[in-house]
Design a binder for this molecule. Sequence first.
Ligand SMILES: [Zn+2]
Length: 319
Amino acid sequence: MKKNIEAKMMSLGSSRESAEAFVAGHWQTLMNANTQRGFQQRWVDLQNSEWGRNLRFMNYLKGEWIPCAQRWAHCYTNRVFHIGNTSTNRVESAHSSLQKWLASSTHKIDTLFLRYHTSIEGKVTELRKDLEDSRLKVFKLADGPPYGHLNMEVSLWAIELLMKERAREIVQRCGCRLHETHGLPCKCKMDALSDAGMELHPHHLHRFWSSLVYESPPDGAKWEDHDATERGIFAAMVEDVYRQGPAAVRKASQLLLPHIRPQVAGLLEPRESEAPKGRPPKRSNTRDPSWFEHERTRTAKRSKTNENTRKTHKTTPAG
Ligand SMILES: [Zn+2]
């Protein structure tokens, strides 16, 4: 959303800096309004600000973003149980990681399926690792009242959120945002518990936070058992060979024999030498010349000798 607004502003003639400043300033303030009344007030303020004079931009905001404010303004989204998922970022990052795995837009169906499956398996492993961390690691900062009972029972991320919430200052009223959006006790509820001399227990949190076991989908095993698929393919091939008769069976067993029983097929591992030659006595890089090298040096020598003899022949009569 922010990138869309920035792009629109730049297409309407604003500089990149002023577009970023608008999004981080006025737009962020509008988004963060806690109540609907506050949201309306901030929207009026925005229209009365210097940005309000840019009519084409205001029409864009009125036409594109204000009608769907319920999807992005915090005063609306904070009334929904969303566990922190307020944007499509995660879907987009999953999509881009899948694209990296596929590496190309054209694939055969079998390689495509395998790569897709591998990328999902990678994600599942990451998920399992995070869940195991929450089950096995003791969060040292929270190893005492009021969080002590939560360690190894709920997600580490939930404990972090609770610690942040507890450190928050209540200005007028709590707002109970964390309770409504994440199913976690908000500041006022934690204060009430501590006033009553009670500590936090997993049942004070939504069930989501204490579900630390990854369960495979019901048909997961079917996809995960590669061995069974390969055995099935092989059994079907054996059936085909039987159907083709004794000659085909003989040929197939001849082909398979060296792989299954190499000792019978006469293919043995090379025996280790008892008296190895070892390195040559002189550490030298020279070698015997090959035939053509030998021949070249020989002819060169011969022609040199001929030349010398010719010279002596020429000089002798004159002398
Ligand atoms: Zn509250």
